[in-house]
Every structure is written in C-alpha cells, then in structure tokens.
Design a protein around this ligand. Sequence first.
Ligand SMILES: [Zn+2]
Length: 350
Amino acid sequence: MKNLLIMLTFAITLTHSYAYVDKQDISLYQVAKSDIGLKQITMEFEIVDTDETNVFIYVPTFRSKHFEAIAKTEKLLKSSIYNDQKGLKLEKGYRNFDEVVAKLKEFETLYPQTVNLEKYGESALTNQLYYLKVSHNVHIDNKKPKLLITAATHGDELITTESLLRFLENFLGSQGIERHQEILNNYQLYFIPVVNPDGFMRQRRYTADGTDPNRSYPYPLKPNIEPVKCIAEEIAFFHSQNFVGSIDFHASGEMIMYPWAYTYDSPIAGDLAKFESIGKKMSVKNGYKIGQISKIIYIAPASSVDYFYWKNGTISYGIELARSKAPRAKKIPEIVNEASTILYSFILSF
Ligand SMILES: [Zn+2]
C-alpha cells in the first residue's frame, strides 16, 4: 500500500511537472560581466549568449526575485517570452519546430529529385521525427557512402538546427556548382535537423522528462541502457542504414571531437589516424580544437558518438559549434559558414 502510494505520488508529480515545464514562463535578462553575482548566476541559471561586456540569461519568471537578489547590474530585456501558441518566442534569426518542418517540406517540394523527407518515429510528446535524405536520384539506394548529420540532440542548441537549414538552403539552391554536383553524385546524405523536438520546442537541453538525450545511448560498459524515446527511434533508424560517417552537431565550444567519450582509451590505431586526419581537414579554416572527447572535455558516457562508432565502426564526430548555443542574429551567418566548411571537408573525406 505504501509503495503504491509512493508510485502514485511519483506519477502525479511527473504529470504535474510535464505540464508545468511546458507552460514555463521565461524572461531574458542581461548582467554586466563584472557583476559580483555572476559566478552564482552561472551556477543557477542558463546563459544564452555573451558579448564584450554583458552576459544574457534566461530566468524562469517564478525565480526572477531570487535572480534579482543575486544580480547587481541586471536589466530585464524581455519578460514573458513564452507564447502559448508557438512555444517560446525565439530570438531573431531562429525558427521554431513548425517552421523547421515547413522548411524541410519546402526543400522536398522544390527539389523532388534530390530531396526526400521521411518520418522515422515520434518523440515521447508525440512530435514527429524527420530525416531528410539528399542525393542524386534520391529515391534509390545507389550504394554510395551514407553519411548521417544530426542537430539539436540538446534542444536548446538552436544554432545547430539553424546552421543545417541554412547550409541546405545554400547547397540545394546552387546544385549546378561542381562541388555540389560531385557531392550529389557520390554520396547519400541523411540529415536529422532536430533529434530532440520535445526539448527544442521548449528551448531546453533535455527531453520532457528531464533526461539528457546525449547520456542515454547504450555504450560498452552499459550495453543495456534503455534510451529515451527520441533516441531509441534515432538508434532504430541508424541501424536501418549503414552509415560510414556521422556528425552530431552541438553548441558551444568550437571543438571537433571523436570517440571515445566514456573512457580515456583511444580508438584503434587505424581509426585514430582517420579521426585525426579528417578532423584536421574540418578545422583548417576555423581553428576549432580537435581531440578525443574524454580528453578534450571530460568523460561523457552514453553519447551518440560512442554509440555510432561502437556499433557500426562509423567514423563519428561530435562537433561543438560557435561560442554560445544561440548566438544573436548578426552572428549566425558566420557560424553557418563554419558549419558549411566543416560539412564539405567531412563529406569529401569519404
Ligand atoms: Zn549538446
């Protein structure tokens, strides 16, 4: 009876927190970098961007009083940026989930020979999961190398999705260019612009139940982890194809990273050389730092990069774009350029 009561309380709490998180009201603040409360603020709140003198922060409205007590130089830029109809109002330059899907559909309509949009499942909150295949004669498998390119595994890393969409817009819009022809003829590209739509719609890193999707993949030490729904679907899709290479875009940090993440052990020698040489090509123009995840940042078990390499020998990278998760509008084109040169170097390495 007691157990039942605990379970019931837990279930109610969970349901309640779902509803609560979805309706969460958020304000955008700035504080000076010199603010004496900044250290405490970075520990408790989400930094969305910085410029030379200020730090920009999302504050759940119910915590505003607490925030204002810590911050000494705070300035409220926007209150109540949650909009009931369309989720959070986005910073200028970014698309919400519906707009992302509309854009993908538009690509398919405009370029039916080279673009195919498909669903591969749905998230825990029943949002549709999409991949976009891009290649010459897209509806047939021409046995050319298959590459997987994903974004927004962490739902608040808005620049990753926006970069893929703008890359695709440029790429598909100028198919006559020789390099684009070469890519369309010799590769089969699969894009997943939003891996975690439940997080993306709320501009939250995690899935709706608070799980970090990039700590949710099985890995050699814990092969029986049960992934969250959107990752389970992605894994099933991954195994339906044979991907020789992959990039999972994250933000931020300006880093090009390869397995392993769960251990300091290196990948086998031949693969290590490949990871390093392709990594170098990808960093030539942007100076991004290259390295093994566990060594360049920290031990990070249960990530996509380890899963893809472990299960299929896929040459899998995790790339931390930019210096913030959602740089302001005027900075976006610069990041799109970086992502595009990374993608061209990556693709042409296979
Ligand atoms: Zn991330």
